[in-house]
Write a protein that binds this ligand. Structure first.
Ligand SMILES: *[C@@H]1O[C@H](CO)[C@@H](O)[C@H](O)[C@H]1NC(C)=O
Ligand SMILES: *[C@@H]1O[C@H](CO)[C@@H](O)[C@H](O)[C@H]1NC(C)=O
Ligand SMILES: *[C@@H]1O[C@H](CO)[C@@H](O)[C@H](O)[C@H]1NC(C)=O
Ligand SMILES: *[C@@H]1O[C@H](CO)[C@@H](O)[C@H](O)[C@H]1NC(C)=O
Ligand SMILES: *[C@@H]1O[C@H](CO)[C@@H](O)[C@H](O)[C@H]1NC(C)=O
Length: 331
């Protein structure tokens, strides 16, 4: 078995054996250490969770103090950090993408809430006034102000806007109009029903109104933001995004400060179950109550807007951007 002199091999074998035993012992003690560590973490987990929760609560309750922040990623996650407004392209081929920056923006909700406060004068003081869909100014100046800088509209409201273009678009020289819609109706290859209408209108009003639309990448981004914020994929959760969703994203990209008028909080309808504020300030009171509609949609399974969920998300965004909610005031 051994070489003739035997002296060289024996110590080597012994060394190997010692090494193996030592290695095994080390492994065992390490395993025990890990196991105990795991046990310890298990025992400490509730306390750890409580501490993390506290940190999160502090972050949400105090915007300026971010030294304790765990999740430092911004909300919403920007579409493009170096070029925040990329993805809003001109409807006309020979014009460049959206370039706009405002110090103070007033975002005027279409809710019946705006009829309760006569905030028109205050709204008009903002550098930029943002409105949505076919919400009018004429006849409501006392409540919603007179100026419109930006109008964001959905594919579903485009025909309404088009019908009232004299009042909603032509009157506001220099207006920026931004349309969003599913790729199918926005495609530029002649088959996009809404794009075709937009294109015709953009040519007709080219001296008064600059018309933009969201790229498919931007549309996908809006969905992804919803998924990241709520944990649910937008489509399979049976919901459509609202124009408010697209408008709030645009505002965070374009405005240093955002003052939202007439938007209720996610808690409002629970707090005021008798509230009969109408859904839109410009439709007759008989056309439905905001809270009824919000609740119905929030609980619906398919083809609905998650208006209340969106408000919860907006309130989170307000801790990352300078957003304030007025009439009713919250957050
Ligand atoms: C928020 O932070 C500021 C300073 O960053 C501090 O003065 C203030 O007390 C904090 N408020 C709360 C509620 O923690
Ligand atoms: C944030 O809060 C922590 C603990 O509450 C405090 O020590 C720290 O100074 C604060 N930082 C700022 C920037 O206010
Ligand atoms: C962001 O925009 C810049 C300028 O338009 C572009 O060069 C860059 O590729 C964009 N980044 C991403 C991640 O899309
Ligand atoms: C969604 O979350 C993932 C993972 O945190 C992140 O990488 C991505 O940038 C987020 N996208 C958006 C649009 O929020
Ligand atoms: C928001 O902006 C206004 C105007 O610049 C400023 O006075 C205010 O302190 C800001 N609020 C926050 C929370 O940063």
């Amino acid at each position: 078995m051994f070489s003739e002199d035997g002296s060289g091999l024996m110590p080597a074998r012994r060394l190997l054996l010692i090494g193996l035993v030592a290695g095994f012992a080390l492994f065992v003690s390490f395993a025990v250490y890990v196991y105990q560590g795991e046990l310890k973490t298990q025992l400490w987990k509730p306390a750890l969770d409580a501490a993390l929760e506290k940190v999160n609560l502090r972050r949400i309750s105090n915007q300026s103090n971010s030294s304790t922040t765990q999740d430092v990623s911004p909300h919403p996650m920007p579409f493009n950090v170096t070029d925040p407004l990329s993805g809003y392209v001109n409807v006309l081929d020979d014009r460049g993408p959206l370039k706009l920056h405002c110090n103070v923006c007033a975002m005027v909700s279409s809710s019946g809430q705006v009829l309760n406060h006569e905030a028109g004068t205050e709204i008009d003081k903002a550098d930029c006034v943002i409105r949505m869909n076919d919400a009018p100014v004429t006849g409501f100046e006392k409540h919603v102000g007179t100026r419109t800088t930006i109008r964001v509209a959905s594919h579903t409201s485009f025909q309404l806007v088009n019908k009232k273009k004299a009042d909603l678009l032509v009157k506001n020289k220099g207006l920026t109009f931004v349309a969003w819609g599913p790729d199918k109706s926005m495609t530029r290859d002649g088959k996009g029903r809404i794009f075709n209408g937009l294109s015709k209108l953009a040519k007709e009003l080219k001296d008064d109104v600059d018309m933009y639309m969201l790229t498919p990448q931007r549309m996908a981004y809006a969905d992804k933001v919803f998924e990241n914020e709520t944990g649910k994929p937008r489509q399979s959760s049976g919901s459509f995004l609202s124009t408010g969703w697209f408008t709030m994203i645009l505002a965070t990209e374009m405005c240093d400060q955002i003052k939202v008028y007439g938007m209720i909080s996610d808690e409002y309808c629970k707090k005021y179950p008798q509230d009969e504020t109408r859904y839109h300030y410009y439709t007759s009171p008989g056309n439905g109550h905001e809270c009824d509609l919000y609740k119905r949609h929030e609980n619906g399974r398919k083809n609905v807007h998650r208006f209340i969920t969106e408000k919860t998300v907006f309130s989170r965004w307000a801790t990352f951007h300078n957003v304030s909610f007025h009439f009713p005031s919250w957050h």
